[in-house]
Write a protein that binds this ligand. Sequence first.
Ligand code: CMP
Length: 139
Amino acid sequence: METNKTFTMIKPDAVANGHIGAILDHITKGGFKITALKYTYLSPEKAGEFYAVHKERPFYADLVKFMSSGPIVAAILEKENAVADFRTLIGATDPSKAEAGTIRALFAKSIDANAVHGSDSDENAAIEGSFFFSAFEKF
Ligand code: CMP
């Protein structure tokens, strides 16, 4: 299992608010190399599939609705200790609890519209990266 990759999405709120460039800048300045990148859209079916792990959670329906409300940017990122370091860079899931200077503290408005997703384990990073990218799209 690779320990130097993670997966991220810039969510519909951050895309709609014009933050793609600023967020990618934070990511690269944080020491991450972008090894795959895609500007795309999740249908409700695809969003439901991506977040299937949360199917039983009370926020699942709202999460699927929100994640299919507009385009997103998907990316695979490379750095030593990528999963943990990226979660530090983005801050807590709830932006009101995110440390100052983190991506969510800077760009997120609420726990639903929280600007970015970051994988929570090496295993999920691999699964989520392959959800969006074929072998020919990973560099
Ligand atoms: P993300 O890291 O993309 O993973 C699941 C998402 O569910 C999470 O970010 C939040 O945007 C959203 N969510 C909404 N409510 C909650 C909650 N109570 N706990 C965790 N995630 C939540």
